[in-house]
Design a protein. Sequence first.
Length: 243
Amino acid sequence: MMSKLDVTSRSFPQFLRQVLAARWRTLLLLFLGVVLPLTGIEQLAIVVLQQGGFAWDQAILLAIHSTSQPLLDRIATTITPLGVFYGVFPVATVISIGLLYRQRWRSLTYLLVTLLGSALINRSAKVWLQRDRPTLWETLTPHTDFSFPSGHAMSSMSLVAALVILTWGSRWCGWAIAIGSSFVITIAWTRLYLGVHFPSDILAGWMISLAWAIGVSLIIRPHLESPREETTLLPDELHSTRS
């Protein structure tokens, strides 16, 4: 069974124009959301492996540490656990239960693959790069594992990016962007304020999470519309099953 593009195109230039006209948004998203972040991650990893980091890493950390005070200490130590187990995990669990109850299998699959994959990538990258934690001052929350990339930054960004993609085009998308951005930035601040991560750890975590969340979305194509559409194959998927 021939696809619509195969039927209407009589030559390769015509076919190419039709593909670009139909898929230019996806291709642009692939370039901006996956290729560029991965390129940036590669450059960060090279510097970390070959030079141990950036000069601005320590400068930014020391500037943030100069603002330290008891009140901010309490705020940072209270908020920072929300970046993984006490914030991201329960929120993701509640959303997953809601998607399961509403039988939105495609959206649920996307959320689980994005979050679990992000955690696996983070663990693998830490073991591979083995960057030590900052030791510029004695932190209030000592860690014994490696630093690059930041697990809290990846966890928070993966959740927020997934929620933005899942709610894209709905009235909830603006809230997801606004609240999610504040959450991601706040978690990043706590990691830097406590001195347990370099800024490049945070930046790499963000870029990896964005690239992963967007890349997975291009494969699974999640949406939050109706349960019937959630389990219906898209036209090109249906075509591939018949060919």
